[in-house]
Design a protein around this ligand. Structure first.
Ligand SMILES: NC(=O)C1=CN([C@@H]2O[C@H](COP(=O)(O)OP(=O)(O)OC[C@H]3O[C@@H](n4cnc5c(N)ncnc54)[C@H](O)[C@@H]3O)[C@@H](O)[C@H]2O)C=CC1
Ligand SMILES: N[C@@H](CC=O)C(=O)O
Ligand code: NA
Length: 430
């Protein structure tokens, strides 16, 4: 039997414990596929004595995770600590610089430092793998970097955060409150250590920036992702969207628009017959459009112990097989720096919800604001009075310039008839 691939594992939380369990349960299968055993030799976490239902006795315990980078009994370091900087980054840099392969699920670190890490890996001739970091168990990194390598890809989009998808699904189907379903997602091990990364769209933005780089052959540009999360979404929006034939999802969308980079994370109305609308609960889904292959659609579990461990171990199998690929699909020096696209240039249909005083003339004021900016209305619904005496007006616009819709909303907000903050959402029309 060839010599084993020896793993130093940093982090024994949801994902780390899952990796230990998977490597134990599927040891024989993994060894046959990798053509050699894949074994954990050393582990590190914050608390050695925490109950994880794992027998850690076979592994060396390391108090300072960054020491894994220097151990002679470790070939590959698996970083599952989390955090864009701090010990995760120190460990990643030291491991790669020491010539060890690095596997990580840490999209925050990659969004901020992925190019630096990839350049170091190239310089040392070692591997940097991160399938688990985007869409968990869905092999989207492999699909974009390898399966679609022959295509020009100009658009990649999808549902990249299991926690948000879980929250929106449960709110809609069970009519549960936001806080209740967030707590469920945390208990299931889907959420980030700080769940505001999930619900404010930041986690989706991290993943989107990575996907965009792979898809477009461009440098990671997390700073230019326009990001909006799901905090403002109410049951009323989910209901109105459903009545109009849509489901609200937190969508990450990246496009190469004539050599400029458009990246946005936002709640959007997805038509019920679009495959993204069918991805419910903690599922993730990704669509990528290639010029020769057309649209490919991927769906699967994007968060939680099992799917994430599956992706980590798939990377380990590739490393054991000796597969070497550039972390971002081509040498770092070949990635282009795309200028940021002007979001004002976008056109589309929009969902608008306004809370207004229920008195004569208000609708005319709203429609006048749209008319003044050349926005026409496809449908309009007014719902009766709330306890406060206000009414809710929901509109879908025809395809319009986004700047014009924003200008109309600003005009409406100037009216004393508009009593609450308006909600504007994009409609996914491709
Ligand atoms: N939970 C999920 O579904 C997914 C998580 N990820 C990513 O995987 C990584 C790990 O996530 P989880 O397992 O959910 O987190 P977690 O919070 O459950 O586990 C983190 C682990 O790191 C350990 N740790 C913290 N600081 C440390 C340090 N200085 N030295 C050594 N160990 C330290 C903790 O003791 C704990 O064992 C994160 O980057 C996360 O974003 C990626 C995909 C899915
Ligand atoms: N918190 C993330 C975990 C996986 O990346 C999510 O909810 O998707
Ligand atoms: Na993945």
């Amino acid at each position: 039997m060839p010599h084993p691939l020896r793993i130093g594992l940093a982090g024994l939380g949801n994902v780390g414990a899952g990796v230990v369990r998977l490597l134990a349960d599927n040891a024989d299968l993994v060894a046959r596929r990798a053509d050699r055993p894949v074994v954990v030799t050393a582990v590190s976490a914050r608390d050695r004595n925490r109950n994880r239902n794992l027998d850690l006795a076979p592994y060396a315990w390391v108090d300072d995770a960054t020491e894994l980078a220097g151990r002679d009994d470790v070939d590959v370091v698996v970083e599952l600590i989390g955090g864009s900087d701090g010990p995760a980054l120190t460990l990643a840099r030291r491991s790669i610089d020491a010539g060890k392969a690095l596997v990580t699920a840490n999209k925050a670190m990659l969004a901020h430092h992925g190019l630096d890490l990839a350049a170091r890996a190239e310089a040392r001739g070692t591997a940097l793998r991160y399938e688990a970091a985007v869409a968990g168990g869905i092999p989207i990194i492999k699909a974009l970097g390898e399966g679609m390598a022959a295509n020009r890809i100009d658009r990649v989009y999808g549902l990249l955060n299991g926690t948000c998808n879980y929250i929106l699904t449960r709110m809609e189907s069970e009519r549960l409150a936001f806080a209740t379903v967030l707590a469920e997602a945390q208990a299931a091990g889907f959420a980030e250590a700080d769940p505001s990364f999930d619900i404010d769209g930041i986690d989706t933005a991290h993943k989107l920036a990575i996907l965009a780089a792979l898809a477009f052959g461009s440098r990671i540009d997390f700073g230019s992702v326009a990001t909006q999360g799901i905090r403002a979404i109410e049951l009323a929006d989910l209901d109105q969207a459903a009545a109009l034939g849509f489901r609200i999802k937190l969508v990450g969308l990246a496009e190469n628009l004539d050599g400029t980079l458009f990246q946005r994370v936002h709640p959007a109305l997805v038509p019920l017959d679009h495959p993204l609308a069918a991805a419910s609960g903690a599922l993730n889904a990704v669509a990528a459009e290639g010029d020769f292959v057309g649209r490919l659609f991927f769906q699967g579990r994007g968060a939680g112990e099992g799917p994430t461990a599956s992706a980590v171990v798939a990377d380990l199998v590739d490393i054991a097989r000796g597969v070497t690929t550039h972390p971002f699909g081509m040498p770092v020096a070949a990635l282009t720096a795309l200028p940021t696209a002007d979001p004002a240039s976008r056109r589309g249909r929009y969902y608008l919800r306004l809370t207004v005083a229920d008195r004569p003339g208000v609708l005319a004021e709203l429609t006048a604001a749209l008319r003044d900016h050349g926005v026409s209305i496809e449908s309009l619904v007014q719902r009766g009075q709330s306890a406060s005496g206000d009414a809710m007006v929901v509109m879908i616009t025809h395809v319009s310039a986004e700047v014009a819709v924003l200008a109309s909303l600003a005009q409406m907000q100037g009216s004393d008839a508009v009593t609450g903050a308006p909600v504007m959402m994009h409609i996914l029309d491709f």
